[in-house]
Design a protein around this ligand. Structure first.
Ligand SMILES: Cc1cc2nc3c(=O)[nH]c(=O)nc-3n(C[C@H](O)[C@H](O)[C@H](O)COP(=O)(O)OP(=O)(O)OC[C@H]3O[C@@H](n4cnc5c(N)ncnc54)[C@H](O)[C@@H]3O)c2cc1C
Length: 153
């Protein structure tokens, strides 16, 4: 019997496990190894304070057919809500201050969320090379992630 081991039980690992189980159709076993006490990775929710606090993703752009299909297949569709109009106003707590993420580019750039250097680097984004093959990109994801942070900070 085939045995597939997936390291990491975040959205990626769990989706991969779901797809693999479907593909194997009972002909193999899928094992997800997760080092945290519970699966989900960055998709974490807490209700400890009496409020539901989402620590990670809450939304996605509904232009992805594979994601739509996955959500339907795993039975999450009934729990989905269209984005509320109120969510058009977004805020970020930065240095202890609440800052509004302006809905227009002008308001966003004048919000003080990005430094002048950060704004310049943002405009340089289209000219930053994408990297190599997808396999190489996966292998260097940590470096890519820190590089991206550096460009936006
Ligand atoms: C605050 C916040 C808000 C976000 N909002 C959105 C949003 O609205 N929409 C959206 O699309 N995306 C959003 N994202 C991004 C989204 O959360 C991530 O892209 C997605 O969760 C990444 O999933 P992942 O499975 O790849 O990684 P992770 O969620 O990081 O999962 C990786 C898992 O692997 C485990 N792991 C790592 N190494 C090992 C090991 N050696 N052994 C065992 N287990 C291991 C970790 O413990 C973790 O559980 C948000 C992210 C954050 C932080």
């Amino acid at each position: 019997m085939q045995r597939l081991v997936i390291v990491g039980g975040g959205v990626s690992g769990l989706s991969a496990a779901w797809a693999a189980r479907k593909a194997l159709d009972g002909a193999g076993e899928v094992l997800v190894l997760e080092r945290a006490a519970q699966p989900g990775g960055r998709s974490a929710r807490s209700a400890a304070t009496g409020f539901v606090v989402e620590a990670g993703p809450t939304s996605y752009l509904d232009d992805s057919l594979p994601l739509d299909r996955l959500i339907r297949d795993i039975g999450l569709e009934p729990g989905m809500l269209p984005a509320s109009r109120a969510s058009a106003r977004r805020f970020l707590v930065l240095d202890g201050k609440l800052r509004e993420l302006g809905p227009t580019p002008g308001k966003f750039f004048s919000s003080g969320i990005l430094s002048a250097g950060g704004i310049l680097r943002l405009f340089a984004e289209p000219f930053v090379p994408r990297g190599g093959t997808s396999a190489r990109r996966c292998g260097s994801s940590a470096r890519d992630a820190s590089g991206r942070r550096r460009r936006i900070a």
